[in-house]
Write a protein that binds this ligand. Structure first.
Ligand code: FAD
Length: 587
């Protein structure tokens, strides 16, 4: 089933009630942007997502990208869909006006990106990676590189790729071995990059590769990596794509999912060296990558929500349609009436609403950081690994529930549930595995500042208890307050027990990530429920049925998901003991 409808009302609710979108626009000095405009944009994007991209999703899965005569041929229909996406200006949404962008807030881009990824994640990866190259160039490129490449990347006329990974350099980028040798006004790049998303295709007249490589005299390790632009076609004197550069796709991976997204092995310099141009200063490449990391990682977390939402909609459709079992009056019942199916649908719904809220709240913190709000940068740093790590773990569970709702049919490819599950599995792996996200959260984001940013977040979370009580949601308030108190205890435990010992920190990091994920979800759902109650008491523009459902879904979250925070806290505080009981050779 290719049914997909943008969850517009929930997006509006989050932008309005949690993000406080109009105030955010004031802070960003965007006088002409407001919630009404954001709603129109989301609605329009929803049409392209539902009508053009969603129907191509299953088709791209069955008929993925192929390598034909040394060129990657994208799935049928994708080039046309890309043209529509580009022609309607969607690529330009959040980019700066001086290079042809519309300068809308990041949170609007995030709300819209949710729809692209829901409709067709394999497709949407292409603009997502382009976004990364745009950010790198804006932040670190010379004026000349910006003028040559940015307008066309921003318009979507060309696409971008990110080339970090090599066979021996995955999580550990210190091992990057690709070489860059100075040659006149440019560098000659030689080496091999693997797993490069949309590394080749025929949808646009050029592709701009951003490549990490080492100069001959570079120091060893992470401090010797530089960033280069390597266009597929070199630009002629008019800035138009001309001669083919010495960089090509030599193979495509056969993968578990996202078949329409070509995952390329790119070989640079088989004929002597691909022409590359240094971005920013030498040896700063990895630091530059970190400047884009928050956005890129949040985008992957968002993909987790997107695919879970698509899977949820499919599960609801199937649960209403599939008859199994007999009612007391003898009539056949749709499976949505069975309590266990109901539980699974509620789990999907609550998971999607909590992660949507978190994704948009975190995205708005990036906007606030840009607007110079003092605590926003630290908040972005703290929330990013939670958005990436927890939301993608949730996606594995939520897309699996869709299969379960379908019963045997879920395991059969024709139903389409399996595709979402397969597609979602990469999310916990790329853009830094969730193991790496967990280490980032506990190390760089918590221990490094002695838990300062975390203390502020926990304090803010604690304040929501009063909102719950004022809304008459006392049971939720009790559970919620207990979890916030537990997380506060865990913070102390980490600072006392893990800070001095890398092994302990590594052993407990994942439980900490998950604890913070479930708690952050509860924070979002608590605020949502309190707002919904308030709106129900007023004469609001929201449907009463939507608001009542919001309160009910939040209650489900508090009863079914929040207890997991306690479980992770308990496991965490056992420390290293059980993890390292066995010697390596006992495995
Ligand atoms: C479909 C797909 C698309 C991709 N797209 C791109 C792309 O466009 N550009 C790009 O550059 N790369 C891309 N990648 C690469 C991706 O980012 C890496 O696969 C990922 O970072 C993990 O690296 P690895 O595969 O080498 O795993 P490894 O680093 O070998 O990790 C294996 C396991 O060990 C764990 N581990 C490793 N080091 C540590 C550590 N220090 N502490 C704790 N645990 C650790 C990991 O968490 C993991 O569980 C893509 C990969 C895939 C599969």
């Amino acid at each position: 089933m290719s049914i997909y409808n943008a969850p517009a009302q929930d997006t509006t609710f989050v932008l309005d009630q949690l993000v406080k979108f109009d105030k955010l626009c004031e802070a960003l000095k965007l006088e002409e942007v407001n919630l009404e405009l954001a709603n129109v944009i989301v609605e329009e994007a929803g049409k392209l997502a539902a009508e053009v991209l969603a129907p191509l999703n299953a088709q791209g899965d069955a008929n993925g990208a192929k390598l034909v005569d040394g060129k990657v041929q994208e799935s049928p229909g994708y080039a046309d869909a890309y043209q529509q996406y580009m022609a309607n200006g969607w690529a330009t949404l959040t980019a700066p006006e001086e290079f042809g962008g519309q300068a809308l807030p990041n949170v609007v881009g995030t709300a819209v990106n949710e729809l692209w990824h829901s409709a067709n994640m394999a497709f949407a990866l292409c603009p997502m990676l382009t976004q990364g190259s745009i950010e790198a160039l804006i932040a670190h490129g010379s004026d000349e590189l910006k003028a040559l490449y940015l307008p066309r990347l921003i318009s979507g006329e060309w696409t971008g790729t990110m080339n970090l990974t090599e066979p021996s350099a995955g999580s550990d980028l210190a091992a990057v071995a690709t070489k860059a040798v100075p040659n006149d006004d440019h560098y000659l790049i030689t080496g091999q990059k693997i797993y490069i998303t949309w590394g080749d295709h025929q949808m646009t007249p050029n592709i701009v590769h951003l490549v990490l490589a080492r100069l001959p005299d570079a120091p060893a390790g992470v401090k010797g990596i530089s960033l280069f632009i390597v266009p597929k076609f070199l630009l002629d004197e008019n800035g138009e794509p001309g001669e083919l550069n010495d960089a090509k796709c030599i193979s495509l991976e056969h993968k578990l999912g996202i078949h329409a997204s070509p995952t390329c092995t790119l070989s640079f310099g088989d004929k002597g060296g691909a022409v590359g141009y240094l971005v920013g200063q030498a040896n700063k490449g990895l630091a530059y990558m970190f400047t884009m990391m928050n956005h890129a990682r949040q985008s992957v977390g968002l993909q987790g929500l997107s695919i879970s939402e698509r899977a949820y909609q499919q599960a609801v459709w199937y649960a209403k349609d599939r008859l199994q079992g007999t009612r007391k009056d003898g009539s056949k019942m749709p499976i949505i009436e069975h309590p266990d199916v109901r539980r699974m649908l509620m789990a999907q719904r609550a998971g999607c609403e909590a992660t949507r809220g978190l994704a948009l709240v975190a995205a708005a913190e990036i906007d606030r950081a840009h607007a110079g709000e003092a605590e926003a940068s630290a908040r972005v740093e703290l929330l990013t690994p939670i958005v990436k790590g927890w939301m993608t773990e949730m996606a594995n569970e939520l897309t699996s529930l869709n299969i379960q709702v379908h019963g045997g049919m879920g395991f059969i490819e024709e139903a389409g549930a399996a595709q979402h599950y397969r597609d979602a599995r990469i999310l916990a792996i790329y853009e830094g595995t969730n193991g790496i996200q967990a280490l980032d959260l506990i190390g760089r984001k918590t221990i490094s500042d002695q838990g300062a940013a975390l203390a502020l977040l926990l304090q803010e979370m604690a304040g929501v208890e009063a909102e719950l009580r004022a809304a008459g949601l006392d049971k939720f308030a009790n559970r919620y307050a207990a979890s916030v108190a537990r997380a506060t205890e865990v913070r102390e435990w980490i600072l006392q027990n893990a800070a001095a010992d890398r092994q302990v920190m590594g052993a407990v990091a994942f439980d900490f990530l998950m604890l913070m994920g479930y708690l952050s979800g509860a924070w979002i759902m608590a605020r949502s429920a309190a707002s919904a109650k308030q709106l129900l008491a007023e004469d609001s523009a929201y449907d009463a049925s939507f608001l009542n459902a919001k309160v009910a879904t939040a209650r489900f979250y508090a009863e079914h998901y929040l207890p997991r925070a306690e479980q992770h806290a308990q496991t965490l505080m056992t420390g290293l003991d059980a993890v390292f009981i066995l010697d390596d050779d006992q495995f």
